[in-house]
Design a binder for this molecule. Sequence first.
Ligand SMILES: Nc1ncnc2c1ncn2[C@@H]1O[C@H](COP(=O)(O)OP(=O)(O)OP(=O)(O)O)[C@@H](O)[C@H]1O
Ligand SMILES: [Mg+2]
Length: 347
Amino acid sequence: MKSKTIFSVNEHAIRDREERLRAILETAVEGIITIDERGVIESFNPASEKIFGYAAAEVIGKNVNVLMSTPHREQHDGYLDNYKHTGHAKIIGIGRETFARKKDGTLFPIDLSVSEVRLSDRRLFTGFIRDITERKRLEKEILEISEREQRRIGQDLHDGLCQHLAGVEMLAQVLAQKLGSKSKDAAARATEIARAVREGISQTRLLARGLSPVTLESEGLMSALAELTLNTEKMFGVQCVFDCTEVVKFNDHAAATHLFRIAQEAVSNAIKHGRADKIIITLRDEPGRLALSVRDNGTGFPEKFSGSTGMGLRIMQTRIGMVGGALTIERNPGGGTTVSFAAPKKS
Ligand SMILES: Nc1ncnc2c1ncn2[C@@H]1O[C@H](COP(=O)(O)OP(=O)(O)OP(=O)(O)O)[C@@H](O)[C@H]1O
Ligand SMILES: [Mg+2]
């Protein structure tokens, strides 16, 4: 009699816990999907139904790759096999941004994190999915606004400040002439001021061209990178080489702007953080894609990088995501850092 009471209390506790778990799954705003070791979907919460447009009953029992985009769709069984045999996790416990496929075939960006649940006799994998379409749209908009602002500041510097300084330079030259007969010393000072103002004008011009790369618009990515190389040497006094063995034509202006800005940030990081004195920018026209790299001979990317408050690397990743490409940052075996990135060519 006594043991029966204990049993029913336990049973009640278990049922209570199950109900709570179900309520959590059903009310979660994140899509939560569990799969077995072969990749077969075992559960699909209501948020997943909303995100993917499938009813749970339509996908339970199917391979989870129906929700994936190429190349993960074709390779997912291999990922699971690889994890089973090597224990080497590429995503479990890490999380990443990727693309998923809705019932109607639309691809959309998601934040995905996966955790492993070990039961007594088998293991399950739980995927947590957040639709980040809106976040990606905002990121794109912010980049567009920042691009417009940079161009505007560049043009204002060029048309406003440069013209103003040119006027000051002329005044200093006139003053030097007037002083010429009266005081050689004072005239030399005025000439010195004119020279300093001229130097200020050329620095401002370089800044303006960096902010508003007109060459990119008029002559394309290849010429803009060649100009970036020259301007880097002039502005920072480092050796900068542009390695591009054949004429590269790339008509996608929006993508070219992203690639140019990535190269610009990588060069700026090489000088600012790596304190490099040699930088090589490479551009290659490869089948189906345009491949670039910025290689420096500086101190090297930190071995244990735990993130930073800077925006540069994050914006690079957002930009490369927008052109559908990939970007990697590596320490060179001989010292320094290489940022490699590539964008697919639209056919
Ligand atoms: N070429 C490089 N050599 C050495 N370290 C680098 C290099 N590029 C990036 N880093 C490291 O990466 C970190 C983050 O760079 P990131 O561009 O994101 O930020 P930041 O340059 O500090 O700021 P911001 O780009 O917003 O002006 C740097 O603090 C530095 O430690
Ligand atoms: Mg930076």
